[in-house]
Every structure is written in C-alpha cells, then in structure tokens.
Design a protein around this ligand. Structure first.
Ligand code: GLY
Ligand code: MN
Ligand code: MN
Length: 429
C-alpha cells in the first residue's frame, strides 16, 4: 500500500455509527466497485466504493461487507468477504490481502472468501426482515448509463429475496460521511500538503512556451513521489482564455508570455482528497488587469471563507458569496451599480462572469456526499472557490482552498499554498 492506512478503530467506529442508524433486524450489504478495463485486459484503474471503504478500510476489488447488528449469533454481526488468495494465485496475480490482513485493517474478526458470499448470506437472510443496499445516489453521479457492481447486487438480491424490505445504505452514509473524524481530517490534510508541494514545484518550472501538460507532469511527479494514489480528478491546467472553460482539461496548449494560468488540481491520498485552485502569470509578473481580477477573487475568498461556520446553511452562504462577487464585478467595471439595481432577480447579471457554486463537501469523494440542505457543523470539510471569468479579456481566475469547519470558524487546510500576489511573484522571480 502506498499510503499509511487509518487505524482499524476508525472503521469500527464508522460501523458502530452506521449500525445505530439502521432499523432493527436488518442486514446491510455493501460491495466494491468494478475494476475498469481499457480494451483487452489492461486496467484503467481501480477506485474503491467509498461507502465500503468508509465501513471497512478495505481497498481491494471484489470485497463485500455483510453487517447484521441484530444477528442472533455474534459471528454473523459483521462478515467481510475478500478475494480468495493462496500461493498459486500469488504467483499469477501478486499479493492480495490475506484474511489476517483484512481483519487487521477493518477490525472485523470474521473474514470469508468472496466465493462463499451467497451461501453465507443464505444462512442469515431468513432471520432478517430488511436489507440496506448500497447505491450511487450522488447528485452528480455520472454512472447513470453504466451498470455498476452495486446495481448487479441489488438486482440479484431482490430476485433471491423478493419479500424482504429494502432500504438505502447511502442515506445513512451520506449523513455520517459529512462529519469527518480527526483521523479523516489528517488524511485530507496529508493530501493538501502534497498539493502544496506540487504547486510550489510548478511555480519553479513555469516559463513562457511551456506546455500545459508539462506543468501537469510536474504535479504528477510530486504526487507519485509522495505516495498519492492518483490525481483527485483530471487536473485543469488552463492558460489564457482556456481558463474561461470551467472544465477545460485538454492541457495541450502552450503557455504564452503575458497570459495567466489557472490550475485546478487535487491529490487523492489514502482515498481522501484535496481540491485546490491557483492562478499565476506565465512570465512571473501579473499584468495590472490580471492583478485587479485576481485581487477581486482573493477578496471574495477571504471574505467568503469567513462565512463557513457552524449553523450557516449552504444556500445562505452561496447567496452571500454571490453578493461579494457582484460587488467586485462592479469595481472591475464589468457591471454597473445601475444595471445591478435594475436586474431581473431570476437572472442576476453576475452569472455572466461567475457561474458556479463555491462550496462543496470534500472527503472520500472530491464532491463529497452530503445534504446541502443541512447547516454547516463542526467536523465538515468544504472547499471555498470563487471565480471570475472574462473571455473577452482572455482572463479566467478562480482561487480554491479547503476548510475544516470548527467551533471557532473555518480552519484553512491549504493555508501554506502561496496565494498572495506579492508572494507568488517573489517565488517566481
Ligand atoms: N475541481 C473540481 C472542483 O473544483 O469542484
Ligand atoms: Mn477544484
Ligand atoms: Mn472544488
């Protein structure tokens, strides 16, 4: 394993909380994601199902959890199924987690081979009244057209046990995962710390004519060298007007003298993510206009992040952030006070230059699960990411930090990533 794993008590605690939230006499079944293949047998990679990881710490394909807190027999309360391994499999496929290792990682004492899942489930299903099954209910879920391993488990289970009651595991995990334990915050901090090092390396390499993908390569170097599993998402390295396309990630342009680069990037470390955005001048000096726009966005970030505190509803926060950006757009001469006073409240004018939300939960998912109708609470971790995009001037600017909500306000987990104009120019000089 590349990363330092969390202690098993974290997952035991997560299972306890999940079990308490389950209705009585129910079985929860959670399973891994599929490995994604290219064309033949080469892998695009594997990303664990985050709910299964949250409850077990197991980061291997073809694993499942059976959780039955009210089982009559103690040995049936929690059963972890993993891929069978033996000396022969080891020769052909390499090391897989052993039963002992699976038990150490998860804190679950009963570990079984995946091939025995159906038989063992059959032995306990008749006692239970209901199943909690995992499903991807994320508001941004991009797998609508794909049949996932969870989808297959749901179909199979409903066919085998049509008269049990069915419930949603995701409804419970989305509530629990929103509040991070100290250990989880440490993992996000570790991801953020690697991001900070990556950004500093990029600042030392950038020069006119360099390709956007060369800067992506500098990030990849630092990430891999520090034990990150992968980029948290495909990084955006967008120079000049490319920065005005919010999801630009071709990263194949040349960085031109006089342009500013927007880089939105994150690290996935031990399955926990960071998500940060910085902007910097290709030639090391911001132009006057770039400075104005940058400073406007930085003002919004500084003021907006102060709104991230317990009791605040995300909707209220976003409305206040929109007002902050609107005020800056007036200062920049992009809107007038009179136009804003006259605007249709249903179609506010700021949306021409600022068209996205500015705070999302972050954790096991970059856009982490959670309800946005729930007020902020201590232990939540969110991004703050205001931006201003002016395609006609070839300037797009977004600044993004990650914040832990605490009783005393927001704690910036990315505080050491250079952000002040003078600081960035000094490093680049
Ligand atoms: N990089 C994705 C986001 O900022 O939300
Ligand atoms: Mn981002
Ligand atoms: Mn973000």
């Amino acid at each position: 394993m590349k990363y330092k794993a969390l202690a098993s008590h974290v997952f035991m605690n997560n299972r306890n909380n999940f079990s308490k939230a389950m209705s009585s006499n129910a079985i929860a079944l959670l399973c891994s994601n599929d490995v994604q293949y290219t064309n033949a047998d080469d892998q695009m990679g594997f990303a664990q199902n985050n709910d299964l990881f949250y409850l077990t710490g197991i980061d291997q394909e073809e694993s499942s959890l059976l959780l039955y807190p009210d089982a009559a027999k103690k040995e049936n309360k929690a059963i972890l199924f993993i891929r069978k391994t033996d000396e022969h499999i080891k020769v052909w496929e390499g090391e897989k987690i052993t039963k002992e290792e699976a038990s150490d990682i998860s804190g679950i004492s009963r570990i079984e081979w995946a091939e025995d899942f159906e038989k063992i489930l059959q032995s306990v299903a008749f006692e239970a009244d209901a199943f909690y099954l995992g499903h991807n209910e994320h508001i941004k879920r991009a797998t609508r057209e794909l049949e996932t391993r969870q989808d297959r488990l749901i179909a199979w289970c409903k066919k085998q046990y049509p008269l049990h009651e069915y419930k949603r595991a995701a409804k419970l995990t989305r509530g629990l995962r929103q509040i991070k334990s100290t250990e989880e915050v440490d993992m996000i901090q570790k991801a953020a710390t690697i991001s900070i090092e990556g950004f500093k390396r990029v600042l030392s390499k950038v020069k006119p004519g360099i390709k956007e993908y060369e800067l992506e390569a500098e990030l990849s170097y630092v990430f891999l060298k520090n034990g990150a599993q992968r980029h948290a998402f495909k990084p955006i390295v967008a120079s000049g007007k490319n920065a005005c396309a919010l999801h630009y990630n071709d990263n194949d342009d040349s960085c031109l003298d006089g342009d500013m680069i927007l880089m939105d990037f994150g690290v996935c470390y031990g399955n926990y993510n960071s998500d940060t955005t910085r902007c910097f001048p290709v030639n090391g000096r911001f132009s006057d206009r770039q400075k104005q726009v940058y400073q406007a966005v930085l003002n919004c970030l500084k003021e907006g992040s102060k709104l991230l505190k317990p009791g605040v509803f995300p909707e209220m926060y976003e409305a206040q952030m929109a007002t902050l950006v609107e005020t800056e757009l007036i200062h920049l001469g992009l809107l007038t006070q009179a136009d804003v006073a006259d605007q249709d409240p249903e179609k506010p004018l700021y949306k021409k230059y600022f068209m996205h939300g500015t705070a999302h939960h972050i954790g096991l998912d970059v856009h982490d699960v959670g309800l946005y109708s729930r007020a902020l609470e201590t232990g939540m971790v969110l991004t703050c990411e205001p931006g201003i995009y002016i395609p006609e001037e070839g300037i797009g600017c977004r600044l993004e930090n990650d914040y832990l909500i605490s009783d005393n306000g927001a704690i910036n987990l990315t505080a050491h990533m250079p952000i002040e104009i003078a600081e960035i120019e000094k490093i680049m000089s």
